[in-house]
Design a protein around this ligand. Structure first.
Ligand SMILES: [Zn+2]
Length: 463
């Protein structure tokens, strides 16, 4: 319980949750403006993980947490750094292909796929194994049909699906392994049909099957027609490129056994590229709503809980995650390497995009399926500023999902998608700071209410 006397207990309940959310907290607005404007400024270059922009944003958040008076709860002060795989690269002079002695150009005409091992093969005969399907249970085998013996050969495989089959064909991985198990020394893949899921060239991890595997683009067959592949020389040298990103973690220690975790990601898309919906010349994606707004909200809640007069029943952990835009990598890393035991977490509260509230809009709260009582608790908070839209969905595309999957009740607050989402136009002048301060007041009331209650019980919804 927060510490106040019996007498106060009689009076305070009238006020404790009464962070009237319709009133705008001017001081909070001022702080939010500074934090969002700084994080979403061009100096931060879109806060892409592994870049100097991310480092600058990280250092700003560390300085703010220090200034607020949180104690460090990362692995290196406030920072918890982690590695992830950014991309796979090929050594161009060691990744080469020639067919019938004609040079096939890397990336323009062929590329190694994620299944490829490294290796060099010189002047090896090529055998076409059609689709490379071998399904004896269905009475179908390209190898038996053609009476093919591929041991020692480079095998040419059509990755599309033969027409008029009444069974499901094996996927690319199974077909590639079938050929390899039959002794193929490398695979040249292509597709004879449009509309087939083609292998991608911009993958992040190598899942090698033991032999080189490359995909031939249609342009390769302008040099050598697909029916006339006779021999090939091939070498592949590709490697995974790791990168480093940084979570920032601060702690308010109230001497409790249990902790409420409050979070939002601070990374964004840098100059665009992967994840961006913008088509045009390179431009900074400042990510004011996504998610400088949520990061500023994390700091504002930290400011509130450090500076209010009460000592809460629970400890509070404040986390700014990185590499969310790359697939929740920061939160995933944190739940696998938590700096306080996950079993001590009461619940997790995520804010991702809380800056674009307009008149008449809902405040969306997702994840209410993660505890049976969430809906009733949330509905008990008195707030006229905006209607609530409660969604059970526990595994939406943001950081709370990583916690939910580890059995921690988790909510996500946000003001919804908009036309500037993942575009350079998601900028600071479009943030409604007054409304954001109202949302934070609502969340504060909610947290104060939850602070008076027992630990929330996790619920796994049957779907
Ligand atoms: Zn986001």
């Amino acid at each position: 319980m927060r510490k106040y006397g019996i007498l106060l207990l009689l009076i305070l309940p009238l006020f404790t949750f009464a962070q009237d959310c319709s009133k705008v907290n001017k001081k909070a607005v001022k702080r939010l403006k500074i934090d969002v404007s700084t994080l979403a400024s061009d100096q931060m270059e879109g806060r892409k993980p592994g870049t100097t922009g991310e480092i600058k944003a990280r250092d700003y958040i560390v300085a703010r947490m220090e200034e607020i008076g949180l104690s460090p709860k990362g692995t290196n002060g406030f920072v918890q750094d982690f590695s992830y795989f950014e991309t796979v690269k090929q050594k161009p002079n060691k990744t080469k292909l020639s067919i019938n002695n004609k040079l096939i150009r890397l990336n323009h005409e062929f590329f190694p796929i994620n299944l490829s091992s490294n290796g060099t093969l010189t002047d090896i005969p090529v055998l076409a194994a059609l689709y490379g399907i071998h399904l004896p249970a269905e009475g179908y085998s390209d190898y038996e049909r053609l009476d093919l013996e591929v041991n020692g050969y480079i095998v040419q495989l059509d990755i599309s699906t033969p027409k008029n089959l009444e069974f499901e064909v094996p996927d690319l991985l199974s077909r590639a392994i079938e050929a390899k198990d039959r002794g193929a020394v490398a695979l040249l893949l292509y597709s004879s049909q449009n509309g087939v899921d083609l292998p991608i060239s911009n993958f992040k991890r190598i899942e090698k099957i033991g032999i080189p595997v490359v995909f031939l683009k249609p342009s390769a067959f302008a040099k050598v027609p697909v029916e006339y592949l006779e021999n090939a020389s091939l070498s592949v040298l590709q490697y995974e490129v790791p990168a480093k990103a940084h979570n920032v973690v601060g702690f308010l220690d109230n001497g409790s056994e249990n902790t409420i975790a409050i979070m939002g990601h601070y990374d964004h898309l840098g100059f665009g590229g992967e994840g961006s919906l913008y088509k045009g010349p390179r431009r900074i994606h400042n990510g004011a709503d996504d998610n400088a707004s949520g990061t500023a909200a994390v700091l504002e809640l930290a400011h509130y809980f450090v500076n209010n007069k009460d000592t809460e029943q629970y400890n509070y952990l404040f986390i700014a995650f990185s590499a969310e835009e790359k697939g929740l990598l920061g939160s995933q890393y944190f739940v696998n390497n938590p700096t306080i035991p996950l079993s001590e977490l009461n619940f997790a509260l995520n804010m991702d995009m809380v800056g674009r509230m307009e008149k008449g809009m809902d405040l969306t709260i997702e994840g209410t399926g993660s505890a049976l009582k969430w809906e009733s608790y949330l509905k008990e908070i008195d707030c006229d500023a905006f209607p609530l839209k409660l969604e059970k969905r526990e595994d939406g595309p943001s950081d709370h999902t990583a916690f939910y999957k580890m059995g921690v009740p988790a909510l996500h607050f946000w003001t919804g998608k908009h036309n500037d989402y993942h575009r350079p136009s998601d900028d600071v002048e479009k943030i409604n700071f007054e409304a954001e301060s109202q949302i934070i007041s609502f969340i504060t009331s909610f947290l104060l209410k939850m602070d008076d209650l027992e630990k929330v019980e996790f619920h796994l919804r049957k779907k």
